[in-house]
Design a binder for this molecule. Structure first.
Ligand code: DCP
Length: 368
């Protein structure tokens, strides 16, 4: 079956076009996709049956393949057929079950799934010959690999586990300042009156505790048990997380090297014909890092898809020195992009959307 893009369109390919790409052999899964693998604006990538523990993270660079670098750098091979534990702070490379044969008009961009980010499992996708993580150039033909380094909890995973997702896009469809202004005017992308729309919709951190029962978030415990990434609702929160009570001055001191789950002050929404990505507010603010997982689906937080009031979850890790976050401090920007066409199913309308209408929400693995 051949695949044709609609003429003159720019944007992110929706669910049915991702399915059509696979039918046309532009996405090559080793075996058929599983249920809900195709999401409204992305495809979940599945792990293959082996993980290579490597000495260090790497980028292959032009002319080199990931397989060649694995041969040089591998310390140990782990069979994932029956599941295996990946330990914290080790670097693993896992060949993925999906490879690509992209046409020249389509690029792909990968990102950790939200559930992966909320577990602090640092995950990036690498392609042959690339100089950049998570970016797969137009026309790329070849395999994909996940680099995985669990930072807080050891994780149990297996062949078929889905830690990453990929979006496909053609052309440039990021909304410019005027378009974003107009969309916010029509749809109220965040529920505040003085929204800051410079270079994307600013998101700030909620440290008031007012929407969340006097708590502002969670700090991950150390030396916990293992988290099975495919087990939903299987773990008691207090075995893995400490709740953080709000302080009267609305501040929070981030301890170096600790991992926090916080929430945005703003409720956000992504209208059905758009997708969004959370990017750092200011790359020069280097003392902490927010959002491993940046993709926001069409329909997330959208009243028409049952999502009204949804907050963004902020996965925060501080770096070298203790750092004080203040209530309302801007931590990220949501960059909106057009869909090439409206998806058949929006976020929240599929079976298994875990985070629609969420407030402060740990990953789906923990029991509430
Ligand atoms: N830092 C982030 C990243 C994402 N999201 C929200 C917006 C996304 O539309 C939604 C789901 O994201 P993913 O598809 O990445 O998450 P999962 O695949 O893990 O969850 P689900 O099974 O619900 O699709 O979570 C969020 O609140 N905060």
């Amino acid at each position: 079956m051949s695949f044709t893009l609609p003429p003159d369109g720019n944007g992110i390919l929706p669910d049915r076009m991702i399915a059509a790409m696979a039918d046309a052999g532009l996405i090559l899964p080793e075996y058929p996709f599983v249920e809900s693998q195709i999401q409204p604006a992305s495809l979940d990538l599945r792990l293959g049956d082996v993980a290579y523990r490597v000495r260090a993270s790497f980028l292959p660079g032009p002319g080199a393949t990931v397989a060649e670098r694995i041969d040089e750098l591998k310390l140990h091979e782990i069979n994932l057929s029956d599941g295996a534990v990946l330990e914290t702070n080790c670097v693993y490379i896992v060949p993925l079950l999906e490879s690509l044969a992209l046409p020249p008009e389509i690029v792909a961009a990968a990102n950790p799934k939200s559930s992966t980010g909320r577990l602090d499992v640092f995950t990036r996708v690498i392609a042959d010959g690339t100089r950049r993580f998570d970016m797969i150039g137009a026309g790329y033909h070849g395999p994909l690999y996940a680099e995985i380094s669990p930072k807080t909890f050891p994780v149990l995973l297996r062949e078929g586990s889905r830690l990453s997702q990929v979006r496909f896009r053609t052309g440039d469809a990021i909304l410019n300042a005027d378009e974003l202004d107009a969309l916010h005017g029509a749809e109220r992308l965040v529920d505040i009156d003085d929204a800051d729309l410079a270079n994307g919709v600013a998101l700030s951190v909620d440290l008031s505790g007012q929407n969340t029962g006097g708590f502002v978030g969670y700090r991950a415990k150390r030396h916990t048990g293992v988290v099975d990434v495919d087990r939903r609702g299987g773990y008691a929160v207090d075995e893995f997380w400490e709740p953080i009570p709000a302080r009267s001055d609305g501040s929070l001191i981030l301890d170096p090297g600790e991992f926090y789950i916080l929430a945005s002050k703003e409720a956000v929404q992504v209208p059905p014909d758009y997708a969004a990505e959370m990017v750092p507010f200011d790359p020069l603010v280097g003392e902490f890092r927010v959002h491993y997982a940046g993709f926001f689906d069409p329909g997330f937080g959208y009243a028409g898809a049952g999502g009204q009031g949804a907050r963004a979850v902020l996965e925060v890790r501080s770096r070298e020195v203790p750092f004080i976050l203040e209530h309302g401090q801007i931590v990220g920007r949501l960059v909106y992009e057009k869909m090439l066409a409206r998806p058949d199913a929006m976020y929240g309308q599929r079976i298994g959307s875990n985070y629609q209408a969420q407030g402060l929400k740990l990953s789906k693995h923990f029991r509430v």
